[in-house]
Design a protein around this ligand. Structure first.
Ligand SMILES: [Zn+2]
Length: 974
């Protein structure tokens, strides 16, 4: 590390502070400023600058009237989706009118320091490795090696669109390729679903399997059907068609959508997916106007919006839908008690149910006012009920119904044939009505069991008992566990003794479960529509057999929260946030899902966390939440007609937390081109990465990790070589040419290979299988962060950063590349991969910075509380800036609670995690970003010369000594 960056860091920090002290805001005006911060960008975007005008067509109306587009049926005077005259007029749809594939933000330079205009045909990087002497276009220094500053930057690829969409809406039919999944955006649904709900790998589909094969890319969708709408976005409409249910195609059962064609004066509905001209049900009839558009179209959200919900009648029910029942199942055995986990779970449940309102009143949530009893609502979704169980060697049910003067415990000690010891009527209560009893129970449990301390929890019988309480209704079990369940039926053993290294059959077995009891349990849960979320804590880093336990969450569509090294009190905040999220988020249960596609294509394969009994069967998700992501790939039946568009529809049938049975429909449209050349311009990188990540994760059970990584490398070479062969035009052989929309693809693949799920070297099986399942269940935005963290430098914040700009949008500093060469001495960094949030502090960080961040007297790394999980609230500029930045990071996350984990250089174990997350560097046996590109480039060269043998690749672990010294030196010494 040279001295220059250090000096720079001090100057930036010193400079900022030197002149800023007098501007520090008193707390009150500070909070006023904070209250103006609009994280969702819901304020009116300011008028567009002239230079933007070429990028969008007729944006003015949608931008200035975000709401109610289906109320008037006018979309800024432009052609409307459903007014497309239909098959036979390929250029009629609005999104097809845009002739330039360049995205607004892509007109900017693709990489820092790169001044050359971007060639249209892709991004060449001079590799100058193994290809003889080359004129290194971006060659770095005298060595003629690849300059790491000139290879595509993930932070830049995120920051530019994020800046752009701070003031611009995203019209779903006009942009051909959505911005990166991490971009906070306000989507304007014009008939095509928002990219939050669905992303297609190619927004222009090649007409034949042969053309697709030339690209080596998958054709598929990544879906997140219940993804949360941003503030400023219209709520998804819920439509009621009464007893007849939503109109559907009589042949393929597709739901009515904006692309159905109404013919015969409105008497027939021609299905956009299968082409079937069906008679319209009489109560859905409306005449069509001369252009073939239904006259009532403007009043019909289902004919205007890409995402809609339909209430469904009884024939869609498997059982009478009721509001969601949450059953908390708390491990109270010795280890969980001793390590403060029981305490954390009980406190966390109270926070989840009542927020900060826990200690306020002791009157069972009732307040007298004007002679009437008012009950303050809880944080539980309206209508939903809660029930409580605990378990160690026995199973305990609790009656906390408001009629009880105090909580009543009922013990079930029959572990062989457990059943619910209390009727559902008394077990499940309204959290607000029973606040007094619930509060008293949660406060007494930790102490009560601290004195008993049965050593071993009996998990499987407890799940069995919980299931029997929920069997009739369906619902959700939220189960905590603090040690390996070694007692009673279904007891587990320590399979992973941590002794064997590497990637052999034994280690692969540890990632699987063949336990018949847990296998049957998950099947029974799915059948009953009961999902399980686990909160697992390994207090001393111990083994929990997550392969077996988490299998229940995986197959039921539930989620596992895992604390691999549970530390009290450090992890309390994260636990409380995650418990709150798991209770309060948008979700449903007893779900079935199916994706339909146009004639000519068929569904090939689904990946995600769910149950699918046979090929072609609907996916069963006992639990589905706003965070649930899955993907589906397609194959060709024949040749697609380039004159018609291709459609996709995902339908999720589920019961809401309030007890309504609904179908969430997500519609996606793409046009078809004879050649894949057009498709290459419309690749959605996040969708491609998402499908490759989920499919790789699914392979872990059948293939060695080395094979899975090797496959990713070969597939990456196939894609880049395919582009080079067929689409890129002519480039010198010394250049690696990346497709414009896949510039960061190689980096994301490297991140995937380096992830805990797939990386080489030793990894405890619990952590590995946990992360494999994470990969399978994540949405696109969460995945992007997981594969490449967001790093923010705190020592060099500009005074206005972390505050709202003149339009009310929070100004967030740009990200730093994940390489130690980019880390400045004396620096302070936030590192967020969506799962953990590290606050890394250099050993020589300025004492002033520490005091401003952590409080007076905290002027040395040693003085910071190692259990710190959130910043104190101080009236310093820096403290306010960082707290605001943390809030915005939290907003953009998936399901995991944001809590700080300190990584002080030379002091905290989390420093190793920091080093691991510097994905651009060489780490262990995995190569650096530069080496990885060199390797891919060599693979492309071999393929182009016809000499490639897929069996004898270089191997992912192979690295090439490069000239960038200093990047990797740190890793080996840390
Ligand atoms: Zn159909």
């Amino acid at each position: 590390m040279s001295a220059a960056p250090m000096q720079q860091a001090y100057e930036q920090y010193g400079g900022q502070y030197g002149g800023q002290q007098q501007h520090l805001q008193p707390e009150r005006s500070l909070s006023r400023q904070l209250s103006q911060v609009s994280l969702d960008g819901s304020a009116q975007p300011h008028a567009r600058k002239k230079k933007d005008r070429h990028a969008y067509h007729q944006m003015d109306t949608p931008v200035t009237s975000p709401g109610g587009q289906y109320m008037n049926g006018q979309i800024g005077g432009q052609p409307q989706p459903g007014s497309t005259p239909g098959p036979g007029t390929p250029s009629a749809a609005p999104w097809q009118q845009q002739q330039t594939p360049t995205q607004p933000w892509q007109s900017q330079s693709p990489a820092q320091g790169m001044n050359q205009p971007l060639p249209q045909a892709g991004t060449p990087i001079s590799m100058n490795a193994g290809g003889g002497p080359q004129q290194g276009q971006f060659g770095g220094g005298g060595q003629g090696r690849v300059n790491p500053d000139h290879i595509p930057s993930v932070p830049l690829s995120r920051d530019q669109p994020a800046d752009y969409y701070r003031t611009q809406m995203y019209p779903t039919m006009e942009q051909r390729v959505p911005p990166p999944a991490t971009t906070p955006l306000i989507a304007y649904d014009q008939g095509n679903a928002s990219p939050k709900h669905a992303r297609l790998t190619m927004n222009c589909i090649p007409s034949s399997q042969e053309q697709l094969a030339a690209t080596a890319l998958p054709l598929g969708l990544v879906l997140q059907p219940l993804a949360k709408q941003s503030e400023g976005e219209q709520a998804i409409p819920v439509l009621d068609f009464g007893e007849t249910g939503p109109p559907r195609c009589k042949r393929c059962r597709a739901y009515v959508n904006p692309f159905m064609i109404f013919s015969n004066g409105g008497n027939k509905m021609n299905c956009n997916l299968c082409g079937h001209p069906g008679e319209i049900q009489p109560d859905y009839f409306a005449p069509t106007d001369p252009s073939g558009v239904r006259v009532d179209r403007a009043q019909r959200p289902e004919l205007l919006l890409g995402t809609c919900e339909f209430l469904v009648p009884k024939e869609y029910w498997s059982k009478e839908p009721v509001a969601l029942r949450y059953l908390f199942l708390i491990d109270v055995s010795a280890e969980a008690c001793n390590r403060g986990f029981v305490q954390g779970v009980c406190d966390g449940i109270l926070a989840a149910l009542y927020g900060d309102d826990v200690d306020e009143e002791e009157t069972n949530g009732e307040e007298e006012s004007d002679g009437e009893t008012e009950i303050k609502p809880s944080k539980v979704p309206a209508g939903a009920k809660v029930g409580f169980m605990t378990f160690d060697r026995e199973i305990h049910f609790y009656n906390v119904s408001p009629s009880q003067p105090a909580p009543q415990q009922l013990v079930m000690s029959d572990l062989e044939d457990p059943f619910a010891a209390i009727s559902a009527e008394y077990l499940f209560v309204d959290a607000a009505e029973s606040k007094n009893n619930i509060t008293s129970l949660m406060k007494s449990i930790p102490e009560m069991f601290f004195n008993i301390k049965h050593a071993e929890p009996a998990l499987l019988p407890s799940l069995q008992a919980a299931l029997s309480a929920l069997e009739a209704s369906g619902g959700k079990i939220i189960c905590s566990l603090g040690s390996l369940p070694t007692y009673g039926p279904g007891k587990l053993q320590v399979r992973d003794k941590g002794q064997t290294q590497g990637d052999d059959d034994h280690n692969r077995k540890l990632l699987k479960t063949e336990h018949p009891g847990f296998g049957k349990m998950q099947a029974d849960l799915v059948k009953a529509g009961v999902g399980v979320d686990f909160f697992l804590a390994a207090p001393s880093g111990g083994y929990l057999d997550i392969a077996t336990i988490g299998y229940v969450a995986e197959k039921t569509g539930g989620e596992t929260y895992y604390f691999p090294n549970w530390t009290y009190p450090r992890d309390l905040l994260r636990l409380a946030k995650e418990l709150s999220h798991t209770v309060q988020r948008d979700q449903g249960y007893a779900a079935l899902m199916k994706v339909r596609c146009s004639n000519g294509l068929q569904v090939s394969h689904y990946s995600g966390n769910f149950t699918q009994h046979t090929f072609g069967a609907d996916l069963e998700l006992a639990s589905v939440t706003e965070d649930s992501g899955m993907c589906v790939t397609f194959t060709y039946d024949g040749k697609l007609d380039t004159k018609t568009d291709t459609y996709f529809q995902s339908a999720l049938l589920y019961t809401t937390t309030s007890g309504q049975r609904r179908v969430r429909c997500t519609n996606v449209v793409a046009h078809v081109n004879e050649s894949a050349r057009e498709s290459m311009k419309m690749i959605d990188q996040d969708a491609v990465v998402g499908i490759m990540a989920k499919e790789s994760a699914a392979k872990v059970h059948d293939r060695s990790l080395k094979d899975v990584r090797q496959h990713l490398q070969e597939k990456s070479i196939d894609i880049l070589a395919g582009y080079r062969k067929h689409f890129s035009g002519s480039h010198p052989p010394g250049q690696l040419v990346l497709p414009e929309n896949l510039k960061e693809f190689a980096m994301y693949m490297l991140g995937l290979i380096k992830s805990r799920a797939l990386k080489g070297g030793h990894e405890p099986s619990d952590r590995r299988i946990y992360e494999v399942r994470l990969l399978k269940g994540m949405g696109a935005a969460e995945l992007s962060l997981y594969l490449y963290p967001r790093i923010i430098a705190l020592h060099s914040l500009e005074p206005e950063q972390g505050f709202a700009d003149e339009n009310g949008h929070l100004k967030i500093p740009h990200g730093v590349r994940a390489s130690f060469s980019q880390i400045e001495e004396g620096g302070a960094y936030l590192v967020d991969n969506g799962q953990i949030l590290l606050l890394w502090l250099h050993a020589q960080v300025s004492p002033n910075l520490l005091e401003d961040l952590f409080g007076e007297g905290c002027d040395d790394l040693q003085k910071i509380d190692p259990n710190l999980s959130a910043l104190p609230v101080l009236d310093t500029l820096l403290n306010a800036q960082v707290r605001n930045i943390l809030l915005s990071m939290e907003e953009g996350r998936g399901s995991k609670g944001l809590a700080i984990q300190l990584a002080r250089q030379g002091l905290d174990g989390a420093e190793f995690e920091f080093a691991r997350l510097l994905y651009e560097d060489r780490n262990g046996e995995a190569s650096s970003y530069v080496d990885w590109l060199v390797m891919l480039h060599r693979g492309v060269g071999t393929e182009l010369s016809g000499q490639r043998s897929k069996e004898s690749g270089d191997g992912v672990g192979h690295t090439i000594t490069n000239t960038i010294s200093g990047i990797t030196g740190y890793m080996s010494s840390s």
